[in-house]
Design a protein around this ligand. Structure first.
Ligand code: SF4
Length: 436
């Protein structure tokens, strides 16, 4: 049965509660993670939101009608039970588990490797205003804690602070990470692009609070909006503020505008608030790429910087980690996962940053995925056995070196490379100051 409920203090928001059939998304590319989609629609209403694009089949009124999976905690629990896990941290279960001392419960857990529960589905914020009333995300966190699972959270709303008690408990038991997306430091710009999210300064304060509580937390500067978010003022301020908040990492990404609602909503806001830029965005995204990518010919014409490369270089300058440090869940093959992580970083540097070889970077990334999924411990394999793994020749060089030394000289050399930096004058968008 569907129940409609209007919450008066968020004018225009309509909540539709429903019993969902599915909640969990898994991927072979990251087998030690699951993602949850608790809500459909997002009241934060960021005008660049990718969730509005047609590929996600969201309902028409994405920004006002919030469809809430009220049975999300039960669906997660069912999923964990089906995988053989027990509520080892739950005080009362009314089962024989209640007679097992806490210290012995962990041993009773399934032999299946654990995974990280990502309390976000990437396209609808789990701490958007509806959550204040519904507390579904909180109940989902409780299930994660009860079953002894690590979590990752990504949000633009400081409502996440409400659950800091539970997040701390999860962190003490296994691991918790809270990441905040921040895109614009100027409050007026931020309000235009993300009208119903917490302000950037509030998010940064919340990030700081999590760090002070000993919880892993970092920032995603995504998207870096051309001509508005890629300016020196904006990026320097965000990097500095993230550093001040003791962010553990910062990651940047570009703006994609997929044909349809995603692109239309963005251009409407540009037309309304930055009319001089409209012609530029129309030109930059004229190709209508199904992935929302800009036209690179126009990108080069305006000398725009690659936001990932730019972010990587700035992260070096600010002494911030560009990679999320990896948490390896209990029961997984540690060596395989550590080596897969290093391979992914090598692929990232080789492909995205140094642009040495896209093909080799792709092959290294594929090897990393294979290693993540490989059920046998690579550190126990004989040399001849390792050579039968389905990797390209050049990948073995990295694997053998890591097995022999525990390190990658390629990674060390590239990470230390001070020659990488572009001249500071080339860093930032030049057009914004003259156009706005
Ligand atoms: S917070 Fe995220 S999901 Fe929500 S509208 Fe903004 S970009 Fe979309």
């Amino acid at each position: 049965m569907v129940i409609f409920l209007v919450i008066p203090w968020f004018i225009g928001m309509i909540i539709e509660k429903y019993q969902a059939k599915s909640l969990i998304r898994t991927s072979k590319r990251s087998p030690h993670h699951i993602h949850l989609n608790i809500y459909q629609g997002c009241f934060h209403n960021c005008c660049y939101c990718d969730g509005k694009s047609d590929e996600y089949f969201m309902h028409d009124d994405y920004s006002n009608k919030i469809r809430a999976k009220i049975n999300a905690p039960e669906l997660l629990e069912e999923y964990l039970i089906n995988k053989g896990f027990l509520p080892i941290n739950r005080e009362k279960t009314n089962t024989l588990l209640d007679f097992v001392p806490q210290s012995k419960r962990k041993k009773m857990a399934s032999d299946n490797p654990r995974f990280i529960i990502n309390i976000f589905g990437n396209i609808c914020d789990v701490y958007q205003p509806a959550e204040a009333e519904l507390e579904i995300t909180r109940d989902v966190l409780q299930v994660a804690y009860d079953y002894g699972f690590p979590v990752r959270i990504l949000t633009k709303n400081t409502l996440v602070l409400r659950d800091i008690d539970l997040i701390k408990k999860i962190n003490q038991d296994t691991f918790a990470r809270v990441a905040f997306t921040v895109t614009l430091s100027n409050p007026q710009d931020q309000l235009i692009f993300e009208p119903n999210a917490s302000s950037t300064s509030e998010r940064l304060l919340a990030l700081k609070k999590f760090r002070e509580e000993g919880i892993s937390a970092g920032g995603y500067i995504t998207p870096v909006i051309p001509w508005i978010g890629d300016t020196e003022t904006n990026l320097v301020e965000l990097f500095q503020q993230l550093k001040d908040a003791k962010a553990e990492f910062v990651i940047t990404g570009g703006l994609t505008l997929k044909p349809g609602r995603n692109k239309e909503d963005f251009l409407k806001i540009i037309d309304e608030h930055y009319p001089d830029l409209l012609v530029l965005y129309n030109e930059l995204y004229r190709n209508n790429s199904i992935y929302g990518q800009p036209d690179m010919e126009i990108w080069d014409k305006y000398k725009l910087q690659n936001p990932i490369k730019l972010g990587y270089q700035m992260s070096k300058e600010y002494g911030l980690n560009f990679f999320e440090p990896r948490y390896i869940p209990e029961g997984t093959l540690r060596t395989n996962l550590e080596m897969a992580t290093i391979l992914s970083r090598i692929a990232f540097l080789m492909g995205e940053i140094y642009e040495e070889s896209w093909q080799k970077a792709y092959e290294i990334r594929e090897a990393a995925i294979e290693l993540e999924n490989n059920p046998s411990d690579i550190s126990l394999k004989k040399f001849e056995e390792i050579l039968t793994l389905p990797y390209e020749k050049h990948v073995f060089r990295h694997i053998i070196e890591m097995l022999q030394t525990g390190k990658s000289s390629y990674l060390r050399k590239k990470e230390d490379n001070s020659q990488l930096f572009l001249k500071k004058d080339d860093f930032f968008s030049k057009n914004s100051s003259t156009l706005r």
